[in-house]
Design a protein around this ligand. Structure first.
Ligand code: G6P
Length: 608
């Protein structure tokens, strides 16, 4: 949520900052700005629009001279997305410029104190407090003033700081929000994630909470708060510049949808050896597994939906009770979780604030925690007792597709792994599941052949105002995800729900022409789904069914049917979600929506 980039070195800073911001724009795109120091002047350029506008104003950065600067792309929390509220924020004396990710929870009392001392505030942001505090606390030493400033801040922050009279030094500090230093040759960087760093350097340092980085073009020193130098680990990142480019597609979303077959393969292959699931490096011992009496899964958004799938799969294979909680709820509840509970936290980014807080709560209660995370080095990955990584690679589109699919694969594998240790399911079933998982990439590829049909269906329905996605059992979990995809990128009011619940209220909304998408991949409950379809058809609904090839149950009952390849009943979510992603994509396209950057959303939600 929000993106930060900082540069210091021999090159012109502004073009580097602007390119970096473009790559970070998926983290927030309400407004943006850069600050660059040149000849003892702090030049600040901001916009209430997108980075493209900032590029236009500065002619791609060419009109803004200077070799040191910071940039920010904002997802508004405090104050509307206006030019004034955009970062960087400048201190009252004009000496400090600050970009900030996170939320300063005590900004109001701090602001009031500063106002009493005569400081004038320009913006409604919490960040402006930091800029003024830096100026106020400055007694000749920037390190000390940063230290004193952060000592009164509570909340989360990643800060990039410029001080006008140190025109060759960039300062950075973080608490809870991620911040990375990029180590170059005669140039160095800071960024809120690795995407903008990839074209420049592969050597990075993940800054730790409350360490202060003092960075010039030739040096990158990190100190603890007592001023003691630290010896940070320089890590080498994988991934190429192309991995964050669109690769010929119009949108990242479609590129990422199409990457799902290799992603599934890349996620599964390393863990399947000689017909068994192996997780190298997992600390969860056989003894510990035997002690597990309950599994709690917690996550947000689509990751929560993969948790819903996992509940059905785990309960069937492990015979252990599984509950799935939204992390934003779990963190404020008093969950019954103890040392015999395995808490699984699922997160693409590994930075979602609510998920991280839920994880910490589970740890406090003594639970064993397992992260299923896409981003290596992320806060959740580091904080869990164990982490399994999904091999999805960088995902840029705000609406997740390939990361969702990779999470499902890890969850299926984990279920088979646990079932093997617990002996709670038949070896034949486990082997069948593993074999079938390896066929999923081919089957997803087959679904891509239906793209034109799905596009035509999207064309048919793109003007709808409401939609209902219904399913039972695993199809219910997929209905939630499909509905989320559609609503987040097309802005159609769309509800995903358990088909059996229709008659408890929602059916009152069905009238002539209402669009209902019925998922019917779960063969056992076909007849029940048919009844639900008949009930909505009787009230005038326009029904699109997604089912498996050879299933004639819905012929004549539905308006349209999408037939998918058949797979094991427990694995159907991996296939069923694909047409829903493509359907949402084309509906959004026909409606002219901003597919990769839907309004008001951000990829990584690092605030509550
Ligand atoms: C945002 C994203 C979703 C994602 C959710 C949880 O809402 O747009 O795609 O599912 O956050 O994010 P996480 O990184 O924890 O999976």
């Amino acid at each position: 949520m929000c993106g930060i980039i900082g540069y210091v070195g021999g090159k012109s800073a502004a073009p580097i900052l602007l390119d970096g911001l473009e790559k970070l724009e998926y983290r927030g795109y309400d407004s943006a700005g850069i600050a660059v120091i040149n000849s003892n002047e702090l030049n600040v350029i901001k916009t209430a629009k997108r980075i493209a506008d900032l590029k236009g104003i500065t002619q791609n950065g060419s009109t803004t001279k200077g070799n040191i600067g910071i940039g920010h792309t904002r997802w508004a929390t405090h104050g509307a997305p206006t030019e004034t509220n955009a970062h960087p924020h400048i201190s009252y004396g004009g000496n400090f410029a600050v970009v900030h990710n996170g939320i300063i929870e005590n900004y109001l009392p701090l602001k009031n104190e500063l106002i009493l001392k005569g400081v004038n505030f320009k913006s409604e942001t919490d960040t402006e407090v930091i800029a003024h505090l830096l100026e106020f606390n400055f007694k000749g030493d920037v390190f000390d003033c940063i230290k004193n400033t952060i000592s009164v801040l509570s909340g989360s922050y990643a800060l990039g700081i410029l001080y006008l009279n140190s025109p060759d030094t960039l300062y950075a500090v973080k608490n809870f929000s991620p911040l990375i230093a990029g180590v170059g040759v005669t140039e160095n960087f800071i960024a809120s994630d690795i995407t903008p760093l990839i074209p420049h350097t592969k050597d990075v340092i993940y800054l730790k909470d409350k360490e202060i980085a003092v960075i010039t073009g030739d040096s990158l020193n990190i100190f603890d708060l007592s001023g003691k130098p630290k010896s940070p680990k320089i890590e080498r990142i994988t991934g190429s510049a192309e991995s964050v480019e669109k690769g010929g597609y119009d949108h990242f979303m479609m590129k990422e949808i199409k990457e799902q077959p290799p992603v599934i393969l890349k996620t599964a292959t390393p863990h399947i050896k000689d017909g068994r699931v192996v997780f190298d490096g997992l600390n969860l011992t056989k003894e510990k597994i035997k002690d597990i009496k309950k599994i709690v899964i917690t996550a947000c958004g689509s990751a929560y939906h993969t948790g819903m799938v996992a509940k059905y799969v785990f309960e069937q294979l492990l015979k252990i009770p599984v509950s799935v909680d939204l992390a934003s709820e779990f963190r404020y509840q008093n969950p019954v979780v103890d040392q015999n509970t395995l808490v699984i936290v699922i997160s693409q980014s590994g930075e979602t604030a609510d998920t991280l807080a839920a994880l910490n709560k589970a740890k406090d209660k003594g639970a064993y925690t397992l992260g299923i995370v896409n981003v290596k080095g992320s806060s959740i990955a580091k904080a869990c007792h164990d982490t399994l990584f999904t091999g999805a690679g960088s995902e840029i589109s705000v609406a997740t597709t390939k990361a969702y699919s990779a999470q499902l694969i890890i969850l299926y594998l984990f279920a088979v792994f646990m079932a093997g240790h617990l002996g709670t399911s038949d070896e034949k079933l486990r082997a069948a599941l593993l074999n079938e998982i390896m066929t999923l990439p081919q089957k997803v590829q087959e679904i891509f052949m239906l793209e034109e049909n799905i596009k035509a269906l999207a064309k048919k329905h793109h003007t709808i105002t409401d939609a209902f996605f219904i399913g039972r059992n695993l199809d219910y979990a997929v209905a939630l995800e499909g509905a989320l995809k559609l609503k987040e990128i097309s802005y159609i009011n769309c509800l995903g729900m358990a088909a059996g619940e229709l008659k408890h209220g929602t059916i009152s909304l069905i009238e002539n022409g209402t669009f209902v998408l019925a998922l019917a991949m779960y063969e056992k409950l076909n007849d029940k789904m048919l009844s639900n379809i008949k009930e909505v058809k009787a009230r005038g609904a326009n029904v699109l069914v997604v089912t498996f090839k050879g299933n004639n149950t819905f012929l004549g009952a539905a308006d349209d049917i999408i037939y998918l390849p058949k797979t094991h009943p427990l694995l159907t979510p991996s296939l069923a979600v694909i047409p829903l992603q493509i359907f949402a994509y084309y509906i959004a396209l026909f409606r002219g929506a901003d597919i990769d950057k839907p309004r008001n959303l951000a990829k990584s939600v690092t605030v509550e």
